[in-house]
Design a protein around this ligand. Structure first.
Ligand code: MN
Length: 138
């Protein structure tokens, strides 16, 4: 048993991978035979990831706020606390907050043989993000 006290500093999401202000708290780190990487990711209103893929897929579980997620070629979906989303290995996608609400999710994935967790692509254009449905009543 190993306890990691809540002393690890919250990390700012790098601007190469995120648009807007995003803050990341580590939940589980791979190592010692485990490939599990988990993070609590806090998106401020309007903040979102760039387009990206995960080598072994990813599950996100929304814990707070109102968010958005989209797989390439599909509709933008509104996601709320208690919702979970699985992105298949290699599926191009993004996730983030809605324009007017914070969103926090727990992101979970298995890293690949080299410890890689994602391959990053272009940032969303404002037009792509603006295509989101209204979160009212969604
Ligand atoms: Mn992802």
């Amino acid at each position: 048993m190993q306890i990691t006290k809540s002393s690890v500093q919250t990390a700012k999401g790098p601007s190469e991978w995120f648009t807007g202000a995003v803050y990341i708290d580590a939940v589980a780190a791979p190592g010692g035979g485990s490939r599990l990487s988990a993070s609590s990711v806090h998106f401020t209103p309007g903040a979102r990831t760039a387009w990206h893929t995960h080598p072994n897929g990813q599950t996100i579980f929304v814990t707070e706020g109102v968010g958005l997620a989209q797989g390439r070629g599909g509709p933008i979906e509104v996601i709320r606390p208690g919702d979970r989303v699985f992105f298949a290995p290699g599926e191009d996608h993004w996730h983030g907050a809605s324009p007017t609400r914070f969103m926090t999710h727990i992101a979970m994935l298995d890293v690949d043989d080299k410890g890689g967790n994602a391959t990053w692509g272009d940032h969303l254009s404002e037009a792509e993000y603006a295509a989101a449905p209204s979160i009212e009543g969604a």
